[in-house]
Design a protein around this ligand. Sequence first.
Ligand code: ITT
Length: 202
Amino acid sequence: KRLVIATHNAGKLREISALLAPFGIECLSAGQLGLPEPEETGTTFAENALIKAHAAAKASQLPALADDSGLSVTALGGRPGVYTADWAERQWFEGDPGRDWYMAMGKVEGLLCEQGDDVDRSCWFSCTLAIAWPEGDEVVYEGRVNGTFSWPPRGTMGFGYDPVFVPEGRDMTFAQLDPEEKHKISHRADAFAKLVAEQFGS
Ligand code: ITT
């Protein structure tokens, strides 16, 4: 079985490949295939995941899996949410991805600090997975993990906002956990468990 992984995010590609490894699927990345990156014009994770999956399935004539995800902060009314990538890559772009991420995480921290010392720091990661087939069929699975926005950033593993996210019931950030540990509890793992149960029957 061949599946196109319709992402241009290296961190996501690494995690998705690891999560699919037990199922004997040949993963081809959108980058490898030189597929174009469609504009994410949706207002929900599901809409954006479907836009990406259908674009990749159409261009490659293979089934394609897309992941749309983000961090939502309770005290910010759920922001940045669907716009998580934009906060790092568009508003702050200066050519240094490390710096961009630090600035984006700092933007969330700054907005929380404006609300005072006892601000609610609860937040959650969402992950919506969509598979689209060249014939037009589609499926969608949603996952979530609750946690706390923690400052300053800690840890070097993972990607994106992992250094500021402490999952419920733990003291360490996602960036301090081994990938296998993150894969037991993450939003992506939650969505994958649903996908695997339905698509691979286990
Ligand atoms: P593709 O659309 O090419 O897949 P993207 O980075 O633009 O890549 P999204 O639009 O879904 O992906 O944006 C999701 C953002 O949320 C992404 O930039 C990450 O920084 C962040 N994010 C998602 N999952 C995460 C995780 O497990 N750990 C840390 N940050 C995560």
